[in-house]
Design a protein around this ligand. Structure first.
Ligand code: ADP
Ligand code: MG
Length: 301
């Protein structure tokens, strides 16, 4: 385990005070569920001390540009506002490059907004300690990388003191327990680079089990099934539904069939929210969403 972990930790330390936007760092942060540390204010509070309910996420007129963007470039996010109530399922859809993943990066404060306010549990994220903020957010993204370590160790990354029973319960809920026990060494099977080779769907379900162990108030699903074939997509989709039950979920979806039941659908285009509402309303509105939906149904996309 230490073979891979220590160089990564060293890299992390080097990056701690730097707002790095490179793809390498983005990947590392995603899979370690860590982030470049923006500095906490001296009087920063924890999420528990915030005035609003856990699971409330709000953007108020947020504009954002990546640190390496030219000053005169068009902002990546341009006046984005929305409010997701605790336990709601919000889906972000829209063309590739629209800014959906960027929205998800601002919630755990991987970056600070250029203007406007991102708030979590009713507090500006800049007033929260980042450790506390990140501890309440779980992310499952397109592809999961696992440590070169046992499955149990990969799961315990989310909760070091988890009991074997807790690991199992999370794996059962993520629909991966049966698969794990069929492996030669069960939960002790070494995975990751040079380890036992898992399919994309198996890795995603381990990532979901990890998030269930973490039990965050807010779950971010960034095209979590887009790299899968349609059979494992269905299995993973079921596990994701289990994971999102009872917690605020921000789902970035490439397949519109998965967002039909969302409490709210936000359509993002060129850094702006151009339509919002429930599925039926957006269909009858006959705008971009309705067009995207029709295209996917006819298989044009
Ligand atoms: P989506 O998730 O909707 O496909 P993204 O949020 O990933 O879109 O990207 C929005 C825009 O920001 C794109 O133009 C993309 O090239 C740019 N972008 C994404 N990540 C970075 C980064 N780390 N540094 C600079 N620009 C980025
Ligand atoms: Mg994206």
């Amino acid at each position: 385990q230490s073979r891979l972990l220590f160089p990564l930790m060293a890299l992390m330390r080097v990056g701690l005070d730097v707002q790095t936007s490179g793809a390498l760092f983005a990947r590392i942060f995603e899979y370690l569920d860590l982030r470049p540390r923006v500095t906490d204010k001296p009087d920063a509070i924890t999420v528990e001390q915030a005035p609003g309910p856990l699971g409330l996420v709000e953007f108020r007129d947020v504009s954002f540009r990546y640190p390496d963007a030219a000053d005169d470039s068009r902002p990546t996010l341009d006046g984005v506002s929305f409010r997701i109530e605790p336990g709601q399922f919000a889906a972000f859809v829209g063309p590739s490059g629209a800014g959906k993943t960027t929205v998800s990066y601002l919630v755990p404060r991987f970056y600070d907004a250029e203007s406007g306010t991102v708030s979590f549990a009713g507090a500006d994220v800049r007033d929260l300690t980042q450790d506390s903020l990140v501890s309440h957010i779980g992310i499952v993204s397109q592809e999961t990388s696992l440590f070169h370590a046992s499955i149990a160790e990969n799961l315990r990354y989310a909760k070091p003191d988890a009991t074997d029973e807790e690991l199992q319960a999370a794996a059962i809920a993520a629909n991966i327990h049966q698969t794990i026990v069929s492996f030669p060494d069960g939960y002790d099977t070494i995975v990751g680079e040079r380890g036992y080779r898992l399919s994309g769907g198996e890795k995603q379900r381990i990532a979901i089990a990890r998030v269930l162990l973490k039990d965050p108030a807010v779950l971010v699903l960034d095209e979590a099934t887009s790299a899968l074939d349609s059979i494992s997509e269905r299995v993973v989709q079921h596990a994701l539904e289990a994971a999102s039950a009872g917690r605020t979920t921000i789902a970035i979806a490439h397949r519109l069939s998965t967002v039909v039941d969302a409490d709210v659908i936000l359509v993002v285009d060129a850094g702006r929210i151009v339509e919002r509402g429930a599925h039926a309303d957006l269909i009858s509105h006959g705008g971009i969403y309705a067009r995207m939906h029709a295209e996917q149904r006819t298989g044009a996309v």
